[in-house]
Design a protein around this ligand. Structure first.
Ligand code: PRP
Length: 189
């Protein structure tokens, strides 16, 4: 059946079942690696709020995974325009719990040029965590400006300006349950 798309949306690129399947695959790999350990998921606000929640629930459904899963959040902002961040990242809101001695998994919706994740890995890595890794639902490896490790990747993201499932354009479209392409006329020339 033909689905009516919201104004501004040209096309669904990755539908909700495909996103859910990617999260289940990530959860299976993470659960295996952290079996018997206490794990802290650090979601990066605001884009990663949906993937963090869904990944946490998927992880708790895997048998023989982490002994417990705790949630924390961090917020950063990067200077730049809607299309490209400048590489200058600023901490807006820190985690609420200590990182030292904990197994920390940074959860991101997307890695694009890599500056945000690079900043977060350096900052959290300085706090003596027991371990530090990153899980990213959508990767744009072809856009990397800085090399940064990503241990768990859900999907390679199409080379488009994408919105939905946490990703916004000027704070809109985050709540769409799928990943979509914006109509070009919505974006500045
Ligand atoms: C997005 C995304 C990552 C970052 C990735 O956040 O959630 O945190 O950009 O980009 P990079 O790899 O090029 O650094 P954004 O700055 O749009 O903030 P938001 O999550 O609040 O929408």
């Amino acid at each position: 059946m033909e689905q009516t798309l919201p104004p501004g949306i040209e096309q669904i690129l990755i539908d909700a079942p495909e996103l859910a399947a990617a999260i289940r695959r990530m959860a299976a790999a993470i659960a295996r690696d952290y079996a018997g350990r206490s794990l802290v998921l650090v979601g990066v606000l605001k884009g990663a709020v949906f993937v963090t929640a869904d990944l946490a629930r998927a992880l708790s459904e895997v048998p023989d995974g982490p002994t417990d899963i705790q949630l924390d959040f961090i917020a950063v902002s990067s200077y730049g325009n809607a299309h490209r961040s400048s590489g200058e990242v600023r901490l807006v809101q820190d985690t609420t719990h200590a990182v030292e001695g904990r197994h920390i998994l940074i959860v991101e919706d997307i890695v694009d040029n890599g500056h945000t994740l690079h900043y977060l890995r350096a900052m959290l890595g300085n706090r003596q965590p027991a371990s530090l890794r990153a899980a990213v639902l959508l990767d744009k490896p072809y856009r990397r400006a800085i090399d940064v490790p990503v241990e768990y990747v859900g999907l390679t993201c199409p080379d488009e300006f994408v919105v939905g499932y946490g990703l916004d354009y000027q704070e809109r479209y985050r709540t769409l349950p799928y990943l979509a392409k914006l109509r070009p006329e919505v974006l500045p020339a």
